[in-house]
Design a binder for this molecule. Structure first.
Ligand SMILES: [Zn+2]
Length: 85
């Protein structure tokens, strides 16, 4: 599974150094409040489900091959390592 960080930026161009809160609205959006210490400002972004889906990375080629993952799990098991579910 691949992962893409949500890009957060302030109007001043700095990257925020602290996320204050993550929540959801009554109209089914995700809201992220964050803090820019460069200009001492609280900012927020909100994204609907469709916007979140649009920002997800494409599925990995590995994800399409559950057999390979099972092979990996068996290999790790033989090494004494249990893969998390
Ligand atoms: Zn700023």
């Amino acid at each position: 599974m691949s992962y893409r960080a949500l890009p957060l930026a302030c109007y001043c161009g700095e990257r925020p150094d602290r996320i204050l809160e993550v929540g959801f609205t009554s109209d089914q959006k995700m809201v992220v409040h964050y803090w820019c210490s460069a200009c001492s400002r609280v900012l927020f972004i909100s994204k609907g489900l469709a916007e979140c889906s649009a920002e997800c990375p494409a599925p990995d080629a590995e994800d399409a091959l559950p057999q390979a993952a099972a092979e990996d799990a068996r290999f790790l098991q033989r090494m004494g390592i249990t893969a998390p579910e």
